[in-house]
Design a protein. Sequence first.
Length: 109
Amino acid sequence: MKMIIAVVQDKDSNRLTDALAENDFKTTKLSTTGGFLREGNTTFMIGCEDGEVDDALEIIRNNCSQREQMVAPISPMGGNADSYIPKPVKVEVGGATVFILPIDSFFQF
Ligand code: 2BA
């Protein structure tokens, strides 16, 4: 058995939930915050059999889009904030950041 942990953008969350449910995957969604953008994103926990991992990855791939986002950098620590004019930079976010973990045991009581 494997646990798929997928961090996706909030905008893709409902679409991905529906697509996984349509294909009989069981999911748990967590509201999470990215450490870089400090914005909300959604983390899916998907427990599945080893042989189902490729199908799940395909569904995640097909339902999560890459987007460009402008970010204003944080002002430098200890610097003169008066003369600091933050210049927004473009970062590419998503589609999904996926981790696959082996599961030793699975119980439902
Ligand atoms: P955030 O940490 O908010 O990162 C959002 C996007 O900002 C990243 O998109 C990446 O394009 C960019 N970014 C992140 N750190 C950067 C840095 N030090 N310098 C320049 N650009 C940077 P993604 O790579 O698609 O990641 C989307 C979200 O997935 C992340 O949101 C974070 O919540 C999660 N994530 C990504 N890699 C992770 C990892 N190795 N471990 C845990 N969570 C991860």
